[in-house]
Write a new protein. Structure first.
Length: 80
């Protein structure tokens, strides 16, 4: 089971975390991973200046945006 947390703190929210959440939901559904991936929010992952921050299991990934989310998802979730 993979655990994905997406920061929804004020800085990440302003930088587009809602869009990343929507993309994550879509990717999880499109790959039928609802029973293999837990998606949640985090109020702060401590990297407020680095763009939208997500945590996949114990790995913090900064600077997530719509343009690089698919690559990150494929590398860290699908191919892990």
């Amino acid at each position: 089971m993979k655990n994905i947390s997406i920061c929804v703190g004020s800085s990440c929210h302003l930088k587009g975390s809602y869009k990343i959440i929507e993309m994550a939901k879509e990717f999880i559904a499109n790959h039928n991973l609802e029973d293999k991936v837990t998606l949640g929010g985090a109020f702060c992952l401590g990297r407020c200046t680095d763009g939208v921050t997500i945590k996949i299991d114990d790995e913090i990934i900064c600077g997530v945006c719509p343009e690089n989310f698919q690559q990150i998802f494929e590398e860290k979730v699908l191919n892990a």
